[in-house]
Design a protein around this ligand. Structure first.
Ligand SMILES: Nc1ncnc2c1ncn2[C@@H]1O[C@H](COP(=O)(O)OP(=O)(O)OP(=O)(O)O)[C@@H](O)[C@H]1O
Length: 241
């Protein structure tokens, strides 16, 4: 269902991104709806991170348009992004969340409650006063998720959030992402990892060499991929070059 004030759906119309004479994204047209867990899947270098940054507004497309149903008003960001490597300020775990909430314009009286709840949800309450930058990479990624979750975003972009994590940390991050989804936030995640996509995705956007080759339900994509490139990717043939 679509409400007049909601950010979604997000419509990409002929989005392209070129840099230094190289075409990174080309002619991407897609519609991202509220609800399903969307995974942007493709080999290394396909342009997944760039596409996500364009959607999030960190990069401006060099052609085409990125249209939100109801764009953010100044001072009220309703979409958040978590990067492959967490970016933490030189503050405590607690301070990182409080500062982000302050920047987002959240009233002082609500910041403490939201930060507490977010740290609890990711199991980091006991490390609230630890310096964020000395936490393990897995803990920092959980903190990054807590910080994003505290914003109560309508859409959360996740760029390979478990890259480089050990199996335990990976499992914890997956559990948190699932909980954020269950709480009603739209998840859009990039990965080149087939097992993760199979486990997590409701919908796949398959990207290869900067082109969107398929947008399909996960079930359909994994059983009947429409493009030869997707078939090759699913068979483990590397398209990357
Ligand atoms: N801001 C940028 N300006 C110019 N080129 C960029 C920029 N960001 C990434 N690239 C280039 O665009 C190409 C696609 O990069 P991107 O990081 O989006 O791939 P990816 O599909 O996310 O790969 P991976 O799975 O390895 O993370 C790469 O060749 C990269 O060097």
């Amino acid at each position: 269902m679509r409400y007049p004030g909601t950010l979604l759906p997000l419509q990409l119309d002929g989005v392209a991104f070129t840099a230094g004479g190289r075409t990174i994204l080309e002619g991407i047209t897609a519609r991202i709806e509220a609800g399903p867990r969307t995974v942007i899947l493709g080999p290394n270098g396909a342009g997944k991170s760039v596409l996500m940054r364009v959607c999030h507004g960190l990069l401006a497309p060099t052609a085409g348009a990125v249209k939100w149903n109801a764009p953010d008003r100044p001072g009220r960001r309703r979409q958040a992004m978590v990067f492959q490597r967490p970016v933490m300020l030189r503050r405590s775990a607690w301070g990182n969340i409080i500062y982000a909430l302050k920047l987002a314009g959240v009233a002082r009286k609500d910041r403490k409650r939201r930060a507490q709840a977010a740290l609890e949800r990711v199991g980091l309450s006991r490390l609230a006063q630890s310096q964020a930058r000395v936490l393990s990479v897995g803990e920092q990624q959980r903190l990054a998720l807590a910080r994003a979750w505290a914003m109560q975003p309508e859409v959360l972009f996740l760029d390979e959030p478990t890259a480089g994590l050990d199996p335990t940390a990976t499992g914890e991050v997956h559990r948190i992402i699932q909980a954020i989804h269950d709480a009603g936030t739209k998840i859009v995640m990039t990965t080149h990892n087939l097992s993760l996509a199979k486990y997590f995705a409701d919908e796949i956007l398959f990207l290869n060499e900067g082109q969107l080759l398929e947008q399909a339900s996960a079930e359909r994509f994994f059983t009947q991929p429409a493009s030869a490139k997707a078939q090759a990717f699913l068979c483990g043939e590397l398209l990357w070059h």
